[in-house]
Design a protein around this ligand. Structure first.
Ligand code: 2F8
Ligand code: CA
Length: 263
C-alpha cells in the first residue's frame, strides 16, 4: 500500500507516465500476490473456531440436500402410488362398466322376448275367445251387454227349466235393468225367468239369492190366484214393459238362461 501511494506522488508529472504505470502494474501484481497470500493464509488466520463454522455450513448444506432428496423420493413414491391406485381404480371401473353393459344387454334381450311372448299370448287368447264365442253362437247363445242368453225351443216346468240352464253352465235369467228387461221381451215368447217366492210366500227372490228391487209386474200381478200356488215368475205380456206374471211353477213354458261372459 505504501508503494502505491508513492507511485501516485511521483505521478504528479506527465513525463513520468511510463514509470508510473509500470510501477502501478508492479504494485497491482503485488496486490494480487498479497491477495493470494491472504487467501492462502486466511484459514490459518481465522484459527480453529472459524474452521469449525465452515464445517457447520457444509453439514447444513448436506443435511438440506439429504432432506430435499428424501422429500423428492417421498414425493416420487407418492406419485407412483397414486398413479398405481388410479390405474387400479380405473380398470375396476372399466370391469364394472363392461359387466353393467352385459347386464343391460341381457335385460334388453329378456324384455324383447317377454314382449314377443306377451304379443303371441295376446293373439292366442284373442283366437281362443273368438273360437269360444263362435261355439256359443252355434249352440244358440246370444251375446248382450257382457252376458250370454239362451232361449229354449222346448217347454218345461220352472224347475226343469232351471236345471237345463244349470247344465249349460248358466241359470234362469236375472233381470236387473230396464235395458235387460227390454232385451228379454224382444224374443216375444212366454218364458220362465229366475224369480220365485217358493221359500217365503210374498217374498220374491232371484235365483242367485238377491231380493227383488226393481220389478216389471203386469197390472194386478203378482196375484197368486186363490187356491193356486203361483210361486214362479214369467214374462207374459211381452209387448209391454210391465210384462211379468206369477204362475204355477209346474206349468210348461219356454225359458231363458243367462250366464256372465268371463272372457
Ligand atoms: O192361469 C193363471 C193366470 O190367470 C190369469 O191370466 C190368464 C191371471 N190374470 C189376471 O187375473 C189378470 C193370472 O194372474 C194368473 O196367473
Ligand atoms: Ca198371476
Amino acid at each position: 500500500m505504501n508503494e502505491r501511494l508513492d507511485v501516485f506522488a511521483e505521478g504528479a508529472g506527465q513525463s513520468h507516465n511510463h514509470s508510473k504505470w509500470t510501477t502501478e502494474l508492479k504494485s497491482s501484481e503485488n496486490i494480487y500476490e498479497n491477495e493470494e497470500e491472504i487467501h492462502t493464509l486466511e484459514p490459518n488466520r481465522t484459527g480453529p473456531a472459524l474452521s469449525g463454522a465452515g464445517d457447520g455450513k457444509k453439514g447444513s448444506r448436506r443435511a438440506a440436500a439429504a432432506f430435499l432428496g428424501l422429500l423428492f423420493v417421498l414425493l416420487l413414491t407418492g406419485l407412483i402410488t397414486l398413479a398405481f391406485l388410479n390405474n387400479k381404480g380405473h380398470s375396476e371401473w372399466k370391469k364394472e362398466m363392461v359387466l353393467s353393459q352385459t347386464r343391460s344387454n341381457n335385460l334388453s334381450k329378456e324384455l324383447f322376448q317377454l314382449q314377443k311372448r306377451f304379443e303371441d299370448m295376446t293373439k292366442e287368447r284373442n283366437d281362443l275367445q273368438r273360437k269360444l264365442q263362435d261355439h256359443h253362437v252355434q249352440l244358440g247363445w246370444v251375446f248382450y251387454s257382457g252376458s250370454l242368453y239362451y232361449i229354449s225351443s222346448l217347454k218345461k216346468s220352472w224347475q226343469q227349466s232351471r236345471d237345463d240352464c244349470l247344465q249349460r253352465g248358466a241359470d234362469l235369467v236375472i233381470i236387473n235393468s230396464k235395458e235387460e228387461q227390454e232385451f228379454a221381451r224382444r224374443f216375444r215368447k212366454l218364458v220362465w225367468i229366475g224369480l220365485t217366492d217358493n221359500k217365503t210366500e210374498g217374498t220374491w227372490k232371484w235365483v242367485d239369492g238377491t231380493p227383488l228391487t226393481t220389478s216389471y209386474w203386469a197390472q194386478n200381478e203378482p196375484n197368486g190366484v186363490q187356491h193356486r200356488d203361483e210361486d214362479c215368475a214369467e214374462i207374459k205380456i211381452y209387448d209391454l214393459e210391465n210384462s211379468w206374471n206369477d204362475e204355477s211353477c209346474s206349468l210348461q213354458r219356454f225359458w231363458m238362461c243367462e250366464k256372465k261372459k268371463t272372457w
